[in-house]
Structure formats: C-alpha cells, structure tokens
Design a protein around this ligand. Sequence first.
Ligand SMILES: *[C@@H]1O[C@H](CO)[C@@H](O)[C@H](O)[C@H]1NC(C)=O
Ligand SMILES: *[C@@H]1O[C@H](CO)[C@@H](O)[C@H](O)[C@H]1NC(C)=O
Ligand SMILES: *[C@@H]1O[C@H](CO)[C@@H](O)[C@H](O)[C@H]1NC(C)=O
Ligand SMILES: *[C@@H]1O[C@H](CO)[C@@H](O)[C@H](O)[C@H]1NC(C)=O
Ligand SMILES: *[C@@H]1O[C@H](CO)[C@@H](O)[C@H](O)[C@H]1NC(C)=O
Ligand SMILES: *[C@@H]1O[C@H](CO)[C@@H](O)[C@H](O)[C@H]1NC(C)=O
Ligand SMILES: *[C@@H]1O[C@H](CO)[C@@H](O)[C@H](O)[C@H]1NC(C)=O
Ligand SMILES: *[C@@H]1O[C@H](CO)[C@@H](O)[C@H](O)[C@H]1NC(C)=O
Ligand SMILES: *[C@@H]1O[C@H](CO)[C@@H](O)[C@H](O)[C@H]1NC(C)=O
Length: 891
Amino acid sequence: MGNQGLFATEFLLFGLFQMLSQGSTQGGSGSGPCLTDTLGREFVTAYMENYDSTPSESEVQIHGYSASTSVWISDGSFNTSINVRQGEMVRVKLPPSVEILGNEKFSNVIRIKADNDITVVSFNNEEFSSETTVLYPVPVLGNEYYIVTPPSSGRREFSIMTHKEPSTIEIHVKGQLTFQGQEYNNGDTLNFTLPAFQVIQLQSTEDLSGTRIVAQKPVAVLAGHVCASDNTNCNHIFEQLLPVCSWGRTYIVPPVPFQRKHDIVYVSASQPTAVQYWLGGQQSNTSLEGGQVLQFEFNTSCPVYITTSAGVQVMYYSTGSAFKRYSYDTFLINIPDVNSYCLSYTVNGQVGFDNYILLVAKTSETEAITLDKQPLRNATWTQVPGTEFSWGMVNTSGSHNVAHPSSPFGILSFGTAERNSYGSSGACARKAEVFTCQVDFRHQEEQFKKCRNGSMPGHLNTNSPICSSVNSTIAGLKSICRRRSMEGSLKDAAQMFESIVNNSTLLTGGSEEEVATAVTVRLWAVEKLVLAAALRSPEKNQTLTTESMDIETRRITRNCSRDIEVFVLRAKEEMMDIHCETVAEASTQGHGVVALISYSDVVSILSKTFHDEEALSLGRKYNLNSRVISGAVGDGKPITLPRAANFTLRHRQINAAKEEVLCVYWNHESGNSTWSPSGCEVLHTNGTHTTCSCHHLSSFALLMASTDMEEDFTLTIITYVGLSLSLVCLLLAILTFLLCRPIQNVTTSIHLQLCLCLFLADLLFLSAVKLGIIHKVTCAVIAGLLHFLYLSCFTWMFLEGLHLFLMVRNLKVVNYTSASRFKKRYMYPFGYGFAALMVAISASVNPGGYGTDRHCWLSYDRGFVWSFLGPVCAIILVGTSPKHSASTSAP
Ligand SMILES: *[C@@H]1O[C@H](CO)[C@@H](O)[C@H](O)[C@H]1NC(C)=O
Ligand SMILES: *[C@@H]1O[C@H](CO)[C@@H](O)[C@H](O)[C@H]1NC(C)=O
Ligand SMILES: *[C@@H]1O[C@H](CO)[C@@H](O)[C@H](O)[C@H]1NC(C)=O
Ligand SMILES: *[C@@H]1O[C@H](CO)[C@@H](O)[C@H](O)[C@H]1NC(C)=O
Ligand SMILES: *[C@@H]1O[C@H](CO)[C@@H](O)[C@H](O)[C@H]1NC(C)=O
Ligand SMILES: *[C@@H]1O[C@H](CO)[C@@H](O)[C@H](O)[C@H]1NC(C)=O
Ligand SMILES: *[C@@H]1O[C@H](CO)[C@@H](O)[C@H](O)[C@H]1NC(C)=O
Ligand SMILES: *[C@@H]1O[C@H](CO)[C@@H](O)[C@H](O)[C@H]1NC(C)=O
Ligand SMILES: *[C@@H]1O[C@H](CO)[C@@H](O)[C@H](O)[C@H]1NC(C)=O
C-alpha cells in the first residue's frame, strides 16, 4: 500500500510537470518558455572565419561575480586557467589557431568552465575587423535555431557546435550551401552527426537567412558574415543565436543616434506569426510564415517597437556610417526581448573604440538607473512611441556595471572606430523577478546513478520502476527550471493531480534504500516546484488540496509590514508559524516566499526503520505519529533560521500516557536517510497535538517512543472483541438471575449486582473511554463513573467472598441468621455506598484528577490513581485473609 501510494504521487507529480510545460508553451504571454541567461558556469564557442589576413587576436572576456572564481579555458590544443575576483573583468588572449576557416568540421571548440557563475563576452578581433557577442551558457542551448545572415557581398557564415554529447543535425537549407562536394539548394536537407565538442562551419555567398537547424541534442549556433559591408568598409559580424524556445514576443530596438543613413532590423519567425511594428509613430502589420524573415530599414533617431503573436528572433544590423572624424563599419546585435530584461548588466568597452551603451528603460524609472553605483548622468532619454519605455545612450570606456534596483531594463553595447566597430547585447548579471530555480541537481542525480548502477543494496536494475520514477521526477523538475515563466498556477494543477491518481498503474516496490531515495527526491522536487510556483504566481496567497497533499504558500514583496510579524500557514491539520523577517531574509530576487506542504501518504512509506541510531536512545520502539510536512522559504536552499519556526502537528493516534514525543526531520545529507531530532525541540505536547520549534527548514514529523501501553491494533481488536463477548455473557447472566425465579437467593442477588456493575463498567469503557477527549467535563464525568463502577465491582466481589465465608462457617455452626441479617441490613448500602463514598472523597479532594489528556480515567499525577488502587488493595487484603483462615481451618 505504502509503495503504491508513493508511485501514485510520483506519477501525479510528473503529470503536473507535463501539464505545466504544456500550459506554458500554449497559453504563454510574453517570452518563450526557455532561459535566456548569460550567467553560467559552462560555455562553448568558436571563432568563425574573420576576413582580414592579419593574425587573429581574439579573446574571451570573463566577468566574475563571486569573491573568487577559477575559470578553465581550453580548445584541446591549449589550456589556460585564470582566477577572477568579484566585479573584475579578465581578458584571456587566445592563440591565432582558434580561428576556423572554410566549409569544414573542426575539433577546436573553445570550452569555458568555472566554479562559480560568470558572464563571457567573446571578442573576435583582427585589425579593422572586430566583433563581439555575449555567450549563452550551456543550459540555455537548444535544439532548434533559425539563421540570419545580413545580405552583403562576400561570404555569409554560420557554425554549429556540440557540447559533451554528440548530436545528429539536420540543416533545412534556405539559399544555397556546399558541403563535402555536395550542393544543397533551397528546401534541401543536409544531415550529419557531429561528435562531442566539435564545430561545423558553413559559408555561402547566398543569403542563408531562414535556414533552420534541428539538432538532436542542445547545440550552440553562431551566425554572421566573414566580412559584411554596406555604407563603409567591410567588417566581421556575428552573434550567438538563441534557440526558438527562448524567443520573445515584444522587442524594442533603439537607434544609433548618429547613424546618417539607415540601419536594418530582421525579424525571423518559426511558425505562422502576426507581426505589428511601429517605426517612430508609424504602425505596420504583416504576417510571417515559419522560416520567413521580415526585414525593414529604419532611419536616424527613430526607435522600433515590435509585438508578435508568437516568439520571433530580432537582429539589429548596423550598416556603418561616417561620424565625427571617421567612418565606422557594420555590426550585428541579437536584440533581447523586453520580457527578458534584467536588473543589472556588465558591459565591456573595447580598447581602441569609442564605446557606447544604448539603454531601454521604463520612462518613469530612468532616473534610478546607476552606472557603477553612481547615478547615470549625461544620458538623454527619448520616448519610444506606443510604449511606456524610453531609450537613451551614454558614452563610456572600460568595463561597467549598469543597474536598476527593481525595474528591469535593456542594454546594447557597441563601439565604433576608424574602419571598425563591434556590437552585442549586455551581459545580464541579475535577472528580474524571474525565478530560475537555483537548484543543484548534482546530489539527486548522484542518488539516481547509485540506484541505476545497483551500488545500493537490494536487487536493482536500470528499469527498476522506483529508479525510473526518480529519473522522471528529476527530469520533470529540470524542464521546469529551464523555463522562464510558470503560467499554470498550483490551483490549475489540482484537477490534473486527481485524474492521474485515479488512473495510475500501480507498481511493485523496491528495497528500503530505494524507497528512501525516491521519497527524498520527491519531497525535494515538490518543495522546489511549490516555491517556484509561489514565486512566479501573480497571486500572493495560494492553497492547493489534492488527495496526497495540502499546500499553502505566501509571497511577500520587499519588506515586512509591522502588522504581519508572524505568518501562520495551514495545510491539513498542520500549522507553521514563521517570522516575516525570516522569509524576507531568505528572499530571492526581491520576493520572499514561504510554503507549507502536508503529505497524507508519505508516512506509511517511511517505515519505522529509518532512525538515526546515534541520536535516538536505543532499545526503544519509535513510531511515526504524524503526517510528514515540509516547510520551505526562498529558493529552498537549506538555511539556518535566525529565529526558530514553530510547527504544530496533529497526532495520527492519540498517544498513550508516558510516551516520549520527538520532533524529527528527514535527514538525507550524509547519504543515509534517517529521521533525526537535531535542531528541533518539543515546545508543547498534549494528547492530540505537538508543537515543535526548529532552527532549520526541512521535512518534519513526530516520532513517538513508547515505553508502555503501545497502541497496538491487534491488541485493540482483542480488547474490543473480548469486551463485547463478555458484555453478551454478562447480559445473559443478568437475565438469568432476574427472570429465573427458582434460583433466586442471597447468592444470586450478589451475583446479579456484580454482573450489573461489570456490565455497566465494560459498556462505559467500550463506548466512552476515548470519546471523552473531545470534552474535558464529559471526560471527567466518565472517569468518575468508571471509578465508581469498578470500585463497586470490587466491593461486590468482596461481599461475594464474605458471603461464601459465612456460608462455610454456617455449614459448621449451622446458623443462617447472621447471613440473612448481613444480607438485609448491610449488603446494598455497603455494596454501592462504599464506592460512592470513595468517589465523593476523591472528587472533593482533587476534582482535576478525573480525566487526562489521553484517557478518561484517573490521572497519574500526584498519585491520584491510588484513590482506586488503595481501596482495591484493601479489599483484596481483607478478602483473602478470612478466606485463607476459613480454608485452613476447614479440615
Ligand atoms: C588540458 O587540461 C586537461 C585537464 O586539466 C587535460 O586533460 C588535458 O590533457 C590538457 N590538455 C593539454 C593540451 O594540456
Ligand atoms: C535527413 O533527415 C530527414 C529527417 O530525418 C529526412 O527526412 C531526410 O530524408 C534526410 N536527408 C538525407 C539526405 O539523409
Ligand atoms: C558628462 O558630461 C560632463 C560635461 O558635459 C563631462 O564633463 C563628463 O565627463 C560626462 N560624464 C560622462 C560619464 O560621460
Ligand atoms: C531519465 O529521464 C530522461 C527524461 O525523461 C530520459 O531522457 C532518460 O533516458 C532517462 N534515463 C534513464 C536511465 O532512464
Ligand atoms: C490512464 O492514462 C493512460 C495514459 O495517460 C490512458 O491511455 C488510459 O486510458 C487511462 N486510463 C483510464 C482508466 O483513464
Ligand atoms: C494572504 O493571507 C493573509 C493571511 O491569511 C492575509 O492577511 C492576506 O490578506 C492575504 N493576501 C491576499 C492577497 O489574499
Ligand atoms: C514559537 O513559540 C515560542 C514559544 O511559544 C514563541 O516564543 C515564538 O515566538 C514562536 N515563534 C513563532 C515564529 O511564532
Ligand atoms: C551510513 O550508514 C552506514 C551504516 O550505518 C555507515 O557505515 C556509513 O558510514 C554511513 N554513511 C554516511 C555517509 O554517513
Ligand atoms: C492540544 O494542543 C492543541 C494546540 O496546541 C490544541 O489545539 C488542542 O485543543 C489541545 N488538545 C487538548 C485535548 O487539550
């Protein structure tokens, strides 16, 4: 059952992933579903053929964002390691051999690896022929691209490079290509396989714009021109392209204000797309087919604004012009879409150029933009017609940080020089409001590999359902983390959850370790997903109820207001209290989120064996006695809370007296999955709830260490069946004594009273001993009644013994009178009066002693239970001694 439940939820989780992915590709607004990050740790690139015959002096320019970052750069034939400090830009000169020439495959792909996030600008540099592009890291690479090559005499070119996986590649040709002696014309497909870390460069004198590339594995693509000329001399131009899934729908292209001629904008579509564009104030509409490229000229001081019905790629081709005392050449810029604008950029001015930064920002926010932490001066801003944006330009040199505290803006960086120029978009150093799931998958993937390789005990194989469920969970979360927006809210997912639960094919389980791994990965994935959804959702509060879990999330912007000091989140019957400051401190990209998830199905899976044996005292039997809950803030990274969070969990079984309660969390850091009590303590506990105070956030539950009176199911059954049988027998006996006149005498009337007491006591015990917990007074009354009835039973037993004793004596002495006297005068008053007296005394001395948190019986506190045990012991003592003397004196 436990494992089936696990798989059911594993499936529904995967279903949620699937649904969200569909939701965001179909109904998305704004930008595409994939990342457009420029921050990353791993990059590949190549240096395409550059016109000039002078030796290449290309470089990579690396910007660091951590105190210290080690970067390794290699193309197989050379190796360089550098260290970059925070805020520093390091130029790494590359040997001339990096340049690739002609229509060929090459193995000199440049690989850049760093141990922290960096941004990289690639500078392809020859005398009078320079160009830059911002590199997109490996996670941004995609499988489908469209080439743009500005029309100019000479050779257009593009190149495709693989990362660590070989890939088959199809090139659907527009224009004309020749490769390995074979000619490919408009509509032809060029197929080949590219091994890992290889690059293919293809050149043509025809316009290749609209050529489509489909790769089996993610690849990087550069497109441009060996040397493009329009108004002036020719210049090498290229940009790294974004895959189709990263394309956006809203673009603003600011003009180069000193352009005396006109520049060109290219809009590429991948599917039938309606395009609206404003040139100055002039609006135009058109529609494009997949693979079609719209091209229009725009002239000086006139920005372009484009909105489309589907994702498009927009390129800015500057045709060069004469300005100041010299004429500058062409450059190409891949325009970022408005929805991918960032809060902070780094821009590199190149040596020997007049360097400019073009900005596009919300008109109301232009004042707050800073250049190296100083207000941006000298920029004149111009409104972009039809939008709330303005564009501006500043002239700088060197490397800079440009930032806005909260409003995303766009940046283009370009430079001009005598017979030269370069251009690219800014390297985004901080994303705005878009949650990028800062998830480290390494640990989870390690777990999965273990699972697959069978290095964990138990019978394991690649196709083990539990392993593949782990894989699907990881893969699903990964695909979500690549996305830029989460369109489907948690609420929309609820229906999906249920339908999959009702459908899923149930699978057989795995070993304990596998189960622990699967659960760990699942708890982790749900947590990340919920936080991601909470961050991206426009709603501040979200709740979701499914068969398997309840979720509540809260999102705060900026600071905590005074009136909300502590958040209380509820999921099922569990609660979390957390300080607003804690949430604010763990905030991601200006938003603090907090989530509580309560699972109904995990408990049965995490059997009793997952215990931290060092931390828990041995020789005790521990039981999970609550739901498993997860609390998370920020992006879900483990943090130590400055002020503890309180969790209130409901007990699954009302716990028996003298049970030790432990607040524990699911600890899987060391590779061993255990319930561990460290960092958590019990604040308060009663029969039904326990409040824990914890200094970290994770998945929690309650462990009960039972010393005695363990609530065993079979024992309960035996109790109930036994008591019911005894009730039936007692009832029969009572009826017999009442209705059967011939046997009525003193003995049977004592029997009758005894049976009556026992019957009533059992009945009360059976029906009410646990109910009373609901109401304290009811419980106390029940406890008092039980006290009275059981004492009465013992008294009547004593009377029975006394009666027997007297009968035996009478057999010897032959004197009935004492017996009948005894019966008449004292039997009833004593039989019930003694018990009533005892209860009255006990109740007046300690009324609170009746009813406990756990059972409707006498409290163990202050020895109150002796108000029952005392009289009983006395009765037994008194009862045994005369019998004893009677039996010994009998012979
Ligand atoms: C470059 O370094 C890597 C790893 O540090 C090594 O495997 C490789 O052989 C080196 N290549 C050269 C040409 O030194
Ligand atoms: C290339 O691959 C496509 C799709 O797989 C196929 O339709 C086409 O026939 C292939 N072309 C060649 C020349 O192999
Ligand atoms: C801004 O303009 C002033 C005067 O025109 C000039 O002195 C200063 O250097 C300029 N600052 C920048 C950053 O260009
Ligand atoms: C893991 O899942 C991914 C994505 O669903 C799949 O491509 C891959 O083949 C799976 N790996 C294994 C070993 O099943
Ligand atoms: C369960 O789902 C599968 C695939 O999603 C579908 O083919 C099948 O018809 C569903 N079964 C039921 C009973 O809904
Ligand atoms: C979110 O929930 C809190 C507490 O229940 C409430 O004070 C707040 O108004 C809610 N916010 C929204 C936007 O519903
Ligand atoms: C948790 O409970 C303790 C003791 O009742 C209290 O002092 C503390 O403020 C609570 N913390 C939160 C976050 O409510
Ligand atoms: C996991 O537990 C086993 C046995 O209890 C122990 O030998 C091993 O060292 C533990 N592994 C880690 C990483 O703590
Ligand atoms: C136990 O404590 C919880 C919260 O601390 C409270 O809601 C509940 O009423 C208490 N139960 C009893 C039987 O006192």
